[in-house]
Write a protein that binds this ligand. Sequence first.
Ligand SMILES: NC(=O)C1=CN([C@@H]2O[C@H](COP(=O)(O)OP(=O)(O)OC[C@H]3O[C@@H](n4cnc5c(N)ncnc54)[C@H](OP(=O)(O)O)[C@@H]3O)[C@@H](O)[C@H]2O)C=CC1
Ligand SMILES: O=C(CO)COP(=O)(O)O
Length: 339
Amino acid sequence: MSTTGTSRRVAVLGTGSWGTAFSMILADAGNDVTMWGRRAEVTDEIRRQHTNGQYLPGLTLSRRITATQDVAEALDGAQVVVLAVPSQSLRANLERWRPHLPGDALHVSLMKGIELGTGRRMSEVICEVGDVDPERVSVVTGPNLAREIVRRDPAASVVASASKDTAEAVAHACATPYFRPYTETDVVGCELGGATKNVVALAVGMAEGLGMGDNSKASIITRGLAETTRLGVRLGAKPLTFSGLAGVGDLIATCMSPLSRNHSFGVKLGQGMTVDEVVAETRQVAEGVKSAESILALAGSVGVDMPIVEQVAAVVHDGRDPSEVVTQLMSRARKEERR
Ligand SMILES: NC(=O)C1=CN([C@@H]2O[C@H](COP(=O)(O)OP(=O)(O)OC[C@H]3O[C@@H](n4cnc5c(N)ncnc54)[C@H](OP(=O)(O)O)[C@@H]3O)[C@@H](O)[C@H]2O)C=CC1
Ligand SMILES: O=C(CO)COP(=O)(O)O
């Protein structure tokens, strides 16, 4: 694999699907990567066998990638710190990691969620808890299903940062012949797009599980985009961000793909399983389950109506039957499409 950038020392915190796939990208782009994971069986396997069989079976990792359970070792000398743990665990982890975070490093969020209780985006949690300058933080988001990325199928993504230089530096560090990062300064829009599409994917999955066809799914995706844009614009995002990779692009990938954990989770709910049953069966994170509640609260706090998110929250948190969701959505007062 050809390299495209100057070699950097990168720490990737999180050894799940996306942390591992993104480490592959970084190594292919010529960087040296140390991953941190909380379980020795995973870090030992990455370090010794160059595989991560639990998350990405069949993938052989570059010798440029190593792994450790010691976060101080992972962060020592890191020029770029990539955060790839479940959104709701970020704050507690950062509190532990803070003493070891290199002050001059660029910080990159791969996470797509909104924090419960605070309504914070992940970049906000990084700045607040990690005491990181917002100009040194970026988010990478877009239609990037890990299991397709590790096949090195071509995909595009967005690197968003308040600082154009930071976005450009991170994009440079992760550009490969199969991974094409675009840069953006609308961090709010990119993070809201990434978090909310997970909730919309749950709704689309439920429709599929209930036996509905493509008209139903396309309607949910499009109206999901409308309510995501409404919230984003109210919070200061640029409307056009939602027609880009972080909006429409990620909605299409996540809502239509059987490889999406959120989509699959929704299908199982639509087929009649309970949330607890699906959680017990699924070992990986489906961020939309918790973000439904945090996004709904965030929208409520700024007076934005999000009917699809509201119905998903009613299913995953209050046990509403998914079939009732459709009736609720279809019986709402009619209105102009763009209001
Ligand atoms: N997978 C994908 O295709 C993509 C995912 N994302 C986003 O990336 C983020 C990470 O997702 P992904 O890697 O897929 O998730 P996975 O479920 O595949 O992996 C989660 C990782 O986080 C670790 N972890 C779980 N709970 C904790 C905790 N409390 N403290 C510390 N570490 C923990 C897991 O460790 P252990 O193995 O020990 O449980 C594992 O290494 C999510 O926000 C997701 O939305 C974004 C784009 C694509
Ligand atoms: O964010 C993703 C693709 O862009 C991954 O989606 P899931 O978490 O639903 O698998």
